[in-house]
Design a protein around this ligand. Sequence first.
Ligand SMILES: C[S@@+](CC[C@H](N)C(=O)[O-])C[C@H]1O[C@@H](n2cnc3c(N)ncnc32)[C@H](O)[C@@H]1O
Length: 198
Amino acid sequence: MNEHYFTPSPSGAQTRHPVTFRVHGHELTLIAGRGVFSAARLDLGTAVLLRESPVPEQGTVLDLGCGYGPVAIWLAVRSARLLVWAVDVNERARALTSENASAYDLGQRVVVAAPEQVPESLRFDEIWSNPPIRIGKPALHDLLERWLPRLKPDGVARLVVARNLGADSLARWLAERGHQVARSASSKGYRVLEVRPS
Ligand SMILES: C[S@@+](CC[C@H](N)C(=O)[O-])C[C@H]1O[C@@H](n2cnc3c(N)ncnc32)[C@H](O)[C@@H]1O
């Protein structure tokens, strides 16, 4: 099968299985399935992002490329005053994130949407993402150029990227585009980049 996890409408039988993970002693069990990113277990990069990033107490956060929802669900579970937009091009990913949000009774605090469904005027306090590096550099740059301007002026994006998949060159590119970039964590071969509008 020549499909990627970012295929909008994955073919093949839909499967479902639980994925359990623990961050800072808090355990979550989510449903994942074939055709979504890292369906077998929580991705190591995502684990680094969740472990190393402070959960905001309130505000509106974008989970860019939500997959089956580990970032969005973690944020909404950990902070009851957050509104989380969980966005993905993959319809299976969106369906699983919706299901996982319902299972944790997160009601309307997790809004699952395709990219084009996010209102143009909406601005985010934070963007959290394990971005889809495998879409290729030009597409990744387009993706970030589309969403980073949606941060509020005092907002921050937290991006986890593997060092061997170009974390440092992405950081340089972001700095060249005028963003303030800090390496807020480096763990297990991943960097968490903290990106602020300049
Ligand atoms: C590396 S995966 C991370 C998934 C999930 N956050 C996790 O940690 O397991 C990146 C996600 O970005 C999604 N994606 C790819 N292109 C996208 C785009 N243009 N807009 C939004 N999401 C996209 C993919 O479908 C995939 O689910």
